[in-house]
Design a protein around this ligand. Structure first.
Ligand SMILES: CC(C)(COP(=O)(O)OP(=O)(O)OC[C@H]1O[C@@H](n2cnc3c(N)ncnc32)[C@H](O)[C@@H]1OP(=O)(O)O)[C@@H](O)C(=O)NCCC(=O)NCCS
Length: 156
């Protein structure tokens, strides 16, 4: 497995990964953007500072991590992450989170933000264990919103 930046040539594999999440019912928890190839091509063409990262092996996508918000002018990036159901529970989700934290910190972010559905027990457990303080999202009561500070020495 390796982490790479989403680029031309990965549109079909990413679409397949996103469709696999839909088939597994995980699109209720993770639906960062439309899954069609045109939408993915537009992201690749338009992104400037935002990060779209893939966990890949043998031409297939096994994980997708995002840090977005910089391109819209926000200082605090919003994190998104999904791991393919076939490789969950092996530690890739946690490892990917550490990579996203390090990337955000390297870019000068002081905090990271994320939103998680209240029923998403696995993700909530992962985020709490990584130091996210989760609170009810005032705008959407079925979601929790969380922040993690990156300002102190070390990235946990
Ligand atoms: C949440 C998700 C990214 C975790 O990925 P993963 O690769 O399975 O995670 P890891 O193997 O690194 O496990 C990390 C932690 O997740 C939690 N976790 C993983 N599997 C779990 C399970 N079956 N039950 C409860 N918690 C679980 C645990 O806290 C675990 O830490 P631990 O191993 O120290 O106990 C993955 O389940 C996923 O992609 N879910 C669907 C998409 C999604 O919900 N994304 C988040 C949107 S906010």
């Amino acid at each position: 497995m390796e982490l790479i930046r989403l680029d031309r040539g990965w549109e079909l594999a990413l679409r397949e990964f996103l469709l696999s999440l839909t088939r597994g019912g995980d699109d209720a928890f993770f639906q960062p953007h439309a899954a069609d190839v045109e939408a993915i091509r537009k992201i690749i063409a338009d992104r400037r500072k935002d990060e779209y990262l893939l966990l890949v092996d043998g031409g297939e996508v096994y994980g997708y991590g995002l840090l977005r918000g910089w391109d819209e002018g926000y200082e605090i990036p919003s994190l998104g992450l999904a791991i393919h159901a076939s490789v969950r529970g092996a530690g890739f989700g946690r490892a990917f989170m550490h990579y996203l934290h390090a990337t955000a910190k390297h870019r000068g972010a002081k905090k990271i933000r994320l939103r998680v559905h209240k029923n998403n027990a696995q993700a909530i457990r992962l985020y709490r264990s990584l130091g996210y303080a989760l609170e009810q999202d005032g705008d959407q009561p079925t979601y929790l919103i969380g922040f993690k500070s990156l300002a102190k020495a070390g990235v946990s």
